[in-house]
Design a protein around this ligand. Structure first.
Ligand SMILES: Nc1ncnc2c1ncn2[C@@H]1O[C@H](COP(=O)(O)OP(=O)(O)O)[C@@H](O)[C@H]1O
Ligand SMILES: [Mg+2]
Length: 234
């Protein structure tokens, strides 16, 4: 896919001597929503962390909008326009919703005004004076997504946004992400919730034991029970 917004090419990553990513390649086109699926321990989070510069890519290339980013530290990757919502959400217990959305404004330069984020997330507007530790899991996830969007990213990366959330809250997160997608936001999504993922994404990569084992459209994987049972267990 020439000209894809994100190109991960043959990336290897290690934790100590443990060879966790073994030649992982994937692409996310402009305006596309791509899901990265796989069992626990497959290397999904590590792939996202290598894109963000949190885990070093020992080999391989990562290009964003054509420029190599695999040697950049996380804050510089973020400044290029990649926003990352980590699996643990990264919400500060003692900061209010409002502070989360206004923090680092000076350093980040252009930031979306909190008021326009509150229009998209009315629940957060109601909770703006609440601290992180006073929010439900769903509210924390919404705040993590809102904070990511506050940097006006060109690529939104989400690590298991529905993890641990009640079905009704998962529906709300789905509605938010579908709206973003319709507005043209490019997304790379890691999920264990298979129906949620293939409903949102048009392309799917399946990771198993540190390698890409399958790739194709969401419609294709839905017609491939063997792929799902071998690599996803669903
Ligand atoms: N900080 C770490 N130190 C050592 N090993 C790790 C660390 N994080 C993850 N791993 C191991 O790396 C492999 C891939 O982990 P991860 O990328 O988190 O998988 P996934 O997100 O697909 O569940 C697993 O075997 C996991 O145990
Ligand atoms: Mg993970």
């Amino acid at each position: 896919m020439p000209g894809a917004l994100l190109q991960v090419e043959a990336v290897d990553a290690y934790y100590g001597r443990s060879h966790v990513l073994q030649g992982v390649s994937l692409e996310v086109g402009h305006g596309a929503a791509v899901a990265l699926l796989g069992r626990n321990g497959a290397g999904k989070s590590t792939t996202l962390k290598s894109i963000m510069g949190i885990v070093a890519a020992a080999r391989g290339r990562i290009r964003f909008d054509g420029a190599a980013i695999e040697r950049l530290p996380p804050h510089r990757v973020a400044r290029r326009g990649i926003a990352y919502v980590p699996e643990d959400r990264g919400i500060f217990a003692s900061l209010t919703v409002d502070e989360h959305l206004r923090l680092n404004r000076a350093r980040a330069g252009r930031r979306v005004p909190a008021e326009s984020l509150y229009e998209r997330f009315p629940l957060l507007a109601e909770r703006r004076r609440h601290r992180g530790n006073e929010l439900s899991g769903g509210e924390q996830q919404m705040l993590a997504i809102a904070r990511a969007l506050s940097f006006a990213p060109r690529l939104l990366i989400l690590d298991e946004p529905t993890e641990g959330l009640a079905p009704i809250v998962v529906e709300r997160i789905a509605a938010i992400l579908h709206t973003l997608r319709a507005a043209g936001m490019t997304m790379l999504l890691v999920e264990q919730n298979y129906p949620f993922a293939i409903d949102l994404a048009e392309r799917v990569y399946v990771l198993g034991k540190g390698r890409v084992r399958w790739q194709g459209t969401a419609a294709d994987i839905d017609r491939s029970p063997d792929v799902r049972s071998t690599w996803l267990g669903v």
